[in-house]
Design a protein around this ligand. Sequence first.
Ligand code: PLP
Length: 215
Amino acid sequence: MISENINQIQSEIPDHVTLVAVSKYQSIEDTMAVLDAGIHDLGESRVQDFLKKYEVIGDRSRWHFIGHLQKNKVKYLIGKTFLIHSVDSIELVNVIEKESKKQGIVTDVLLQLNLAREDSKSGILAENLNAVLEVIPSCQFVRVKGLMAMGPLTQNNEKIREIFMELKRIYDRIKEESWGEVIKMNYLSMGMTDDYTIAIEEGSNMIRVGRKIFS
Ligand SMILES: *Cc1c(COP(=O)(O)O)cnc(C)c1O
């Protein structure tokens, strides 16, 4: 049961950690059940699917876009998301800036890092992060609110932990640097069904959970 799964997860995680229910691939009905269980943060990974749900649910939830985002689809998200977690290039920042400006809306984003350096994952490589950060202060309509990463594809908990520790170190470093109002480290989005416990131990304050809620 969705509500029981949510209650169980909520009872395990500290208050300062936001649970984002990843409703990708789930029906409208099951997605609504999440709202009924008291969670108002939903994560979607495909623009088309998101728009269908947004039509029905609208502002009754905060919407987190967590999937790889194509530049030509950015315009459909502007004004509808609480956070876009998956910003992974300067080009994408520039398109979000342009489309947000058109609509006169400021868009809050997280920068996604690919710390495990897996080809199958999108995300900024650590050595390229500063170049992305450096374009943000010249943006008027994009604000960076934190970082996102996925754990590595492995059963080895220590390897997973190392990646989360590395993300936390980068998060703390940026927090100490003076980037001004446009770059704030408010959200550290890490942890999914299989690894959210480790992620929280390593400093996550936003977990994205799908399977454990919907199975
Ligand atoms: C699917 C997905 C999740 C949720 O994963 P589960 O293993 O189902 O909890 C979290 N984050 C991203 C980026 C995803 O694509």
